[in-house]
Design a protein around this ligand. Sequence first.
Ligand SMILES: Nc1ncnc2c1ncn2[C@@H]1O[C@H](COP(=O)(O)OP(=O)(O)OP(=O)(O)O)[C@@H](O)[C@H]1O
Ligand SMILES: [Mg+2]
Length: 475
Amino acid sequence: MRRNLADPLWTIGEIVAATGGKSLGEGNARVGSFSIDSRSLEPGQGFIAIRGPNRDGHGYVIPALEGGAACAVVNDTFPSGDEERLVRVADTFVALNDLGRAGRARVERAVIIGVTGSVGKTGTKEALRLALSPSGTVHASSKSFNNHWGVPLTLANMPRAIGFGVFEIGMNHAAEIDGLTRLVRPHIAIVTTVAPVHLGFFRSVEAIADAKAEIFRGLEPGGTAIINRDNPHFERLAGHAREHGAAIVGFGETSAEARLLSAALGPDGSTIRADILGEIVDYRLGAPGHHLVLNSLAVLAAVRVAGADLKAAAAALGAIQAQAGRGQRQIIETKGGPVAVVDESYNANPASMRAALATLGLTPRDAFSRRVAVLGDMLELGAEGPRLHRELAEAVDGAGVDVVFACGELMGGLYAALPTSRQGAYAETAEALQSKLVDAVGPGDVIMVKGSLGSRMAPLVEALKRRFEAESMSA
Ligand SMILES: Nc1ncnc2c1ncn2[C@@H]1O[C@H](COP(=O)(O)OP(=O)(O)OP(=O)(O)O)[C@@H](O)[C@H]1O
Ligand SMILES: [Mg+2]
């Protein structure tokens, strides 16, 4: 977040007090906000030198200070230098956490919301940012800052006078969310859904549910758990929430406190009627897909529990847009007719893959006569991987996908399970698939590209756009 020094977040004295560190700097010298990435550091910010798996931030301290950083937090073994702008601590990672805790402690009036779940965290966090904005100032995590660096950093950068704080909390392993939620201390904790994601690191989906439920351990007294009522693990999650004294609000399609009454799903958004804790709201969601409709119920439930303006929140959701890599759709008018490219290349797992296929199935036939899915491997699924890929055949069929282009060993399993009429082309890698794909599609197609980040599907999106833009009316 950009912040100028007229609106400082910290002083050197406060940083020293929060971290137990030492500095020769002026106690009331001002620091804008913190960054742990020297590449995005702006003048006036504080730089925290973190030792990462590949790089050590201490190597960037001197350039950061030369570039105008207000201070740098460093380990006490760092060579002597500009001591007025250095804060020396025993361990910069501990200091980052201390600053996060201190940032949280000084905000006592705001409603703090934590969001976790197997999919939909960032989307839900962004929807909350939009929905709460009419009711007050919102501080929310940027991008997917949801781990042991992103969460404390977002807390440390939280202004004192806000109405709402929204934090994305993620995990790859058990016990990760536990530590993060105790830093965030949310009043409201949302679990969007539980699905087989990162299954390679867990015994079972139940174990994933237990790990997500760790978010309730950090709830403030009197806090509320907002849980997907339709998920098979609802009772398990609710049991954990009750253990931590939380009030429980379910969201979903059946007998939930935040309940969907009706939804008209369209290719670029949905029109929804819902009962949110007894209040009926009608609204439009500006991004397509049944999965996002469900997420929006959690968002509005949180708005209501937070005491914010529900009607204004619902109205704000019309402005939501799918992000690049996460469902962003571009329609290109070529000389031969329109073609649509849906970019889902940022990531994939069985839940988001099914959601993306179903959303592809919402495209009206009169606008785009052929539905094309370009699919790369879903990674980190462990031994269940092959089965979870093959089982997508049903979702391909359900969405009325006409032709599938596939790459990767795992997607090869799905490809082989498809009827030949649906087989477009297969290659071992995305790179090898590119020319086969680009040559086989054309005007009248809606083409959805999805795979895990490691499957490198984004270049295929770019190649498709390059081809069609060259053939566009304006070219
Ligand atoms: N409830 C849901 N069910 C299935 N898929 C969903 C759901 N919510 C979002 N998705 C899809 O999952 C993908 C990832 O969404 P998003 O980035 O919000 O998730 P995330 O949990 O923040 O992921 P990450 O763990 O990578 O940070 C998107 O393609 C989105 O459309
Ligand atoms: Mg995310």
